[in-house]
Structures are given as C-alpha cells and as structure tokens.
Design a protein around this ligand. Structure first.
Ligand code: KIV
Ligand code: ZN
Length: 499
C-alpha cells in the first residue's frame, strides 16, 4: 500500500497574504467548501489574532466544513493561542499552528534573544496549546536557514512537549532541493522521538524551487506538505497544491499518495483566481491556459495519433473536459447550477439567482457561454455592496476624433455626472471619473485579458490603483472592455476607506 501524504492547504492564510488579494468571509467559505470537496486534509483558515475579519473567517469556516482539520495560526504567544482556541470553537477537527523563528538572523534581529531562550519559548507555547487541543503543529520559522544541529534540538524539544506535527518552513525560499531534502533526512535521523510527529514541508518560491524542495522533503521522510491553490502567496508564492498532487499521481514509482480528487483541480484553480483577482499565468504548470495546448505541428501530429506521445497528464484528470457543456441564452437556472457544480462551485440560492441574471445579460451579448465565463460570473457579484456605482458610461472614440467620455455615478444614493477627454477611450473615461472623485489616485497596473477567443468575448480587467500610499486591486469582466476598465477602477475606489 502506498504511503499517505497529508495535504495542508494554506490558500486562506499564507496565500491570502498577497497585497490586494484579500477575500471576504463569504468568499473564504466558498473556497473552504471547495477545498473540502477537493479532498485536502487540513485547511489553514487564518491567523485569528491578526484581525477581527480573520477571526470571524476561522469561526465561520469551522462551522461550514466537516471533514478536514481546521487550523489557526499563532505566534508562540499565549494571547494568540487563546484567541485561536476561541476561533476554532466550532471546528469538528481542530489544530493550533504555533511557532517561532529559529534562524540566527530571526533570533538576533527579530527577538533580540538567544538559542536557549527560543527553545524555552517554543516548548512553552506548545505546552500551552496542548492544554486546549490535542493536535498542535509547531513551525520553526526560517528553518531553511537554521543550522541543522540546532534545528534538531528545537524539534526534539517541541515533540517532547507534545507537538503532533513539526513544520520546517523554507520561509525565504532560499534552500536548494538537495539541501532541503538533506535537512529533513537529518531530522529523521537525529531527532529522538521524531516518529511521534509528522514532518511537514512549507516552501516559498522566491527562487522558483518551492515544488522541487517540497518533493525533496517528501522523498526524505516528510509526510505533510503545506501548499496553496495556483501557488498563490506573498512575493513569489508558495508551493502549488496542483503541482504536488499531479506529481504524486503521475509518478506511481514514488509510492506516495494524497487524498486529492484531481478532477476538482481546474475548477477550484479558476475560482481562486477570480475571487482573488489573481490571473493564472498562461504557462503555469497543470492549470495554465497553455498547459495542454500543443502548438508545434510535430507535437499536434503526435498527440492526434496517440496522446501519450507528448502529454504526460490527461487533461480530464484535472477536470478539463474538452467536451464541456456550452450554455446559451436558452439554458435554465438548473443547467447553470449543474455546470457550476461540475466546476466545483456551489452557490447559495441567492447568489445563484444573481449569477443567473448576470449569465442572461452576458448570453444576450455572447452566443456560447463556456466554463471560463461561468467561473468569472460566479465570482463577480461584489458590486452589490459598492458605495460608488456606475450609472452610465458613454464614450466616443475612433480615428480622427478626440476620445471623449461622459460618466454618471451613484455615490451612496446621490447622482453625479462629468465628461472629459483623454488619449484613448479608457483614459477619457477615467479622467471623467476623476472629475467626480477628486481623490489622489494613480493607476499602477492595468491588464485586459480575453477569457477564450473571438471578438464577442468577455474581457477581464485587473487594475491596481495607488491611493494615499496604499495599493488597491479591482476587477471586472464585460464584453465591453472600456466599461470593464471603468468598473474595475470603481472596484478599487470602493475599497478606499471613505469616498
Ligand atoms: O513561511 C513561513 O515561515 C510561514 C510560517 C508562519 C508557517 O508561513
Ligand atoms: Zn509561509
């Protein structure tokens, strides 16, 4: 029988630390339920003491999810642990994830402390957490740059104190696969009592080695890996769940298996991307738009003759169905629900109603609605609680004319109108918007992507606007890309403190 690897998903904690990609509680619950269906073993639902929003998300996810262990992050601080215990009150299976920095740099600069004191603090935190929950995971932050001998002493002490899982993060993404694998092997061979705990990997992708490092750790005795959907996470992100799941599924000779239902991967990847406003890189392994697109003639010819010539994974295994149902304006609400569920998206009745209305509006403009369109629509009902709403937009542009736009806004029930020119239709529309909202705002990033193909396609717009030293991210999708751009700008504005 294959050996089991536990999948610890941290999309909602480490993944959500990406600036501007924060999710609200309803969105987090949607993702948590989809992670449960995907088959993850542990969901790190948040860092409860960090904000009331995070606390509340951990509470609500604990109520919404049945099978996976729900985990709350803490520092090695009693107050953090108290708050996490409270947030996990409703979880059927709960885990406290506590820890402290162990590298010399963390000990000296972060804690102004010394190695012995750090061990004492680590042990104290584990013992304190153990009073409330049986399942306590300890993380040795910056373990990647911690000297192995000292790391082994820390890990031995926390296992003795009752840690059930020991997490060895490569916090800075610095380790080489060989080095990280050897670190795990060192712990397996030198820590007394290590068999009482599961060794966990937690790798960051700063040098593009997160997946390679995670694999090196698994091959050397780690049995849990901490990952995120699409590899989202601060800086260059974390190890991508879909990569580890598909490596282990494809390489049977490794004899390690997960509980992941790989057919749910694609749908969840797109849900996370649209809810977090984080486009998936086209050539991203497993879930990128081009991951299965063979463009060279030789490859196409081979794949047509037999898929195994150039494809190592069957796209159907990740839920990419070449024969996906295409919905049209005549499709009913039930067909929409069925298709979304097949993509791993379960909506409340209320949200399904709103998505169906959006679907009908889009179907009026675009004949065939595919999976990507549906995933965008289902993650798109944020404008309801918007303080600033777009009432109308009229733009004139073309060759030989000066682009001009007039715009109408509803700001908390009050109507405003303005017009402006610009060097293009989007510029004119944004200038008109700025005539009404006179706040310092600088557009920092602006991307337009089509979802599938064709001139009748939906354009997805991601924007980043700087306001009073902070970055705000906005998203919209529309068959009219000027309208989508203005809506995305307004999405950013709605996130400012006060308009
Ligand atoms: O990267 C890291 O070290 C972490 C810990 C808090 C687990 O995210
Ligand atoms: Zn991390």
């Amino acid at each position: 029988m294959s050996k089991r690897v536990f999948i610890f998903d941290t999309t909602l904690r480490d993944g959500e630390q990406v600036p501007g990609c924060q999710l609200n509680t309803v969105e987090k619950i949607q993702i948590a339920k989809a992670l449960e269906e995907l088959g993850v073993d542990v969901i790190e639902a948040g860092f409860p003491i960090s904000s009331p929003g995070d606390f509340n998300s951990v509470v609500e996810i604990s109520k919404a999810v049945t099978w996976p262990v729900i985990c709350g992050l803490t520092r090695a601080v009693e107050k953090d642990i108290d708050v996490a215990v409270e947030a996990l009150k409703y979880a059927r299976h709960k885990r406290i994830h506590t820890g402290i920095g162990t590298s010399d740099s963390h000990i000296r600069y972060k804690f102004n402390s010394n190695r012995e004191e750090i061990i004492e603090r680590a042990v104290r935190a584990v013992k304190y957490a153990k009073k409330y929950v049986e399942d306590v995971e300890f993380y040795a932050e910056d373990a990647g740059r911690t000297e192995n001998e000292y790391l082994a002493r820390v890990i031995e002490a926390v296992v003795k104190a009752g840690a059930t899982v020991v997490n060895i993060p490569d916090t800075t993404g610095y380790c080489l696969p060989e080095e990280y694998g050897a670190k795990i092997r060192y712990l397996v061979e030198h820590v007394d009592g290590i068999h009482k705990a599961v060794i966990s990997t937690h790798c960051h992708n700063d040098l593009g080695m997160a997946t390679a490092n995670t694999m090196a750790a698994l091959l050397n005795g780690a049995r849990q890996c901490e990952v995120t959907i699409n590899g989202v996470g601060e800086r260059a992100g974390n190890t991508a769940l879909e990569e580890i799941a598909m490596i282990l599924k494809s390489h049977k000779e490794i004899d390690l298996e997960t509980n992941i239902n790989s057919k749910k991967i694609y749908g969840l990847s797109r849900t996370v991307s649209s809810l977090m406003n984080m486009p998936v890189q086209a050539n991203k392994a497993i879930v990128g738009r081009n991951a299965f697109a063979h463009s060279s003639g030789i490859h196409q010819d081979g794949v047509i003759k037999d898929m195994s010539t150039y494809e190592i994974i069957d796209p159907k295994d990740i839920g990419l169905d070449g024969n996906a149902i295409v919905l049209t304006a005549r499709s009913g609400r039930a067909a929409l629900r069925t298709r979304l569920e097949a993509l791993g998206v379960r909506l409340s009745e209320e949200k399904l109603d709103k998505t169906y209305q959006e679907f009908l509006r889009l179907a009026d403009k675009k004949k065939d609605i595919g999976d990507e369109d549906l995933l965008v629509l289902s993650g798109m009902d944020r404008s309801d609680d918007h303080h600033v709403k777009l009432e109308f937009l009229q733009v004139t542009s073309g060759v030989g004319v000066r682009p001009v736009a007039s715009i109408g806004l509803d700001i908390a029930g009050e109507k405003f109108e303005a017009a402006a020119v610009g060097n293009g239709p989007v510029d004119a529309a944004i200038n008109a918007l700025k005539e009404i909202i006179k706040r310092p705002m600088v557009l920092k990033e602006f991307t337009i992507q089509n979802i599938t193909k064709g001139s009748n396609d939906v354009g997805k717009v991601h924007m980043q606007v700087e306001h009073e030293g902070k970055l705000y991210y906005g998203f919209s999708a529309n068959t009219d890309i000027v309208a989508a751009s203005v809506e995305a700008y307004i999405d950013c504005i709605n996130k400012f403190k006060q308009v």
